[in-house]
Structures are given as C-alpha cells and as structure tokens.
Design a protein around this ligand. Structure first.
Ligand code: KIV
Length: 265
C-alpha cells in the first residue's frame, strides 16, 4: 500500500473507490490496521469513552490525544493519520487553537486534525488550513455537543435541520476541509451532501452512499458489548474471546496446569 494523503482521498472520491476508515488508539491495533490497508486511521476522541472510561468525550484533553496519537504513530501507519481536537481545544482564541492543533501535528505526528461543527467553526478551519494543518470536518451527530443535543440522537430528520446540515457541508468545503465525517444522519441526507460537495464524505450511521465509512474499532471488534447501535456491524467477538482466555488462564493456574511441570528455563 502507498502512503495515503489528503490528495489521494480526494482522488478516491473522483474515481469512485470507497474510503475505509477506523478509529485507533494504540500501537498494537495500529500495526494490524497497517497490514489491513485501512485508508484513514483516526485517533478519535471516542478514546475517552472506549479506552479511558469517561461518560462522554467532553473531558478528553489535548495531552491524552497527544499520548495516544504518538502510540499509533509509532506503528508508522500508511493510512492517513488524523487526530480529533477535543472539546474546547479549538474555536477558542486563535493562539490556543493553533497551539492545540500544532501539538497534535508537531509533537504527536498527526497528519491532519478533525473538529466538529458547521458555520461556527468555519473561521477556525480557515485559520488551521492557512497554517498548513489539514482539517477534516464532522457534521450531524457531533458527540461533543451531547448536552446541547439532549443525547446521542439522529440529526437532520426535520427538513429545516437537514437543510442546515447541507449548508454547513458547503461552508466547511469552502473553508478548506479535505473530507467531512457525516455521523448519525438519514441516508437520503448523506447521499444529497455526498453529491453536493467535492470533498469525500465518510459516514458513520449515515447509510451506504457516503464516499467512505468509519467505525469505532472497539465496536466493530466486539469489545464494547454494552453499546451496540443498529449501524454497527460486529466483525469479531473479541470480548468473548478475551474473557475465555482470562478464565482459562486462571483455571490453569488454580489447577496447576500452567506453567507446565516439565518446562524449565
Ligand atoms: O471520535 C470518534 O471516534 C469519531 C468517529 C466516530 C468519527 O469522531
């Protein structure tokens, strides 16, 4: 596989080749993703929930994003390495926004950042792009706005909200994003946006017609059994596999079957 860049993702949209994306938070999984030719490796702030045990993504800090991005980077991913800017690390002052994004790029090795929102973050996107930091947008169900949305609810079912999301997608494109994540919106709306913007759309819970798809890696591996929304396809059942391994290990120790008596070191 060749190194994936923001330019290549745009070419993939033009040629109709679907983009594969997954979240990733650590070295060992990043190594496997590299072998599997995943196009976009996102250190999502979902790490706060699936790896750090927070209730939502709000408490995630830049230090945590730097720490996990550095671990993923050590696997030298060939997929584009994108890192989420956590809640209120952007769209504050210009200086603070640039410092936060700069840490993700300079210190952690991310190749692009992702941030949530439409029109209100357009100037922030322009600022970052002008400073040579590629930006991925994120519209629809934006988890950092969980309190404002009143929960993790599908967005854009009403005509007026759907129209606003379409407008926001055009605004983000105009501000210079290289791709847009569309999360938790009706598939007809995702299809319309995908047709209307030239940059690739990457869907999660947004139907089949986006230019690519992303899932939270723990969800698709069956490592997050308390959370199983309809749109997640489970490609493995790691929680059961790991649980069995832990139980077998304890049993072996308790029954004297591990370590083996004949082995000596
Ligand atoms: O943080 C995350 O995992 C994300 C994806 C769901 C797109 O933003």
């Amino acid at each position: 596989m060749n190194k994936i860049t923001t330019t290549k993702l745009k070419e993939m949209k033009k040629s109709g080749r679907k983009i594969t994306a997954l979240t990733c938070y650590n070295f060992s999984i990043a190594r496997i993703m590299k072998t599997a030719d995943i196009d976009v490796v996102l250190v999502g702030d979902s790490l706060g929930m699936v790896e750090l045990g927070y209730e939502n993504t709000i408490p995630v800090t830049i230090d945590e994003m730097v720490h996990h991005t550095r671990a993923v980077k050590r696997a030298r991913p060939e997929g584009l390495l994108v890192t989420d800017m956590p809640f209120l690390s952007y769209n504050v002052t210009k200086q603070k926004t640039l410092q936060a994004a700069g840490r993700l790029i300079k210190e952690a090795g991310a190749e692009a950042v992702k941030l949530e929102g439409g029109k209100p973050v357009a100037d922030t996107i322009k600022l970052l792009v002008e400073n040579n930091i590629p930006v991925m947008g994120h519209l629809g169900l934006t988890p950092q706005a969980v309190h404002k949305m009143g929960g993790y609810k599908v967005q854009g079912k009403e005509k007026s909200v759907a129209a606003k999301i379409v407008t926001d997608a055009k605004i983000l494109e105009g501000a210079g994003v290289f791709a847009i994540v569309l999360e938790g919106i009706p598939s007809v709306l995702a299809r319309e946006i995908t047709k209307k913007v030239e940059v690739p759309t990457i869907g999660i819970g947004a139907g089949p017609d986006c230019d690519g798809q992303i899932l939270v890696v723990n969800d698709m591996l069956g490592m997050n059994m308390g959370f199983q929304p309809k749109f997640v396809k489970r490609y493995a059942g790691l929680e059961e596999v790991i649980l069995k391994a832990f139980k077998d290990y304890s049993k072996d120790i308790r029954e004297g079957d591990f370590p083996s008596k004949i082995e000596s070191y």
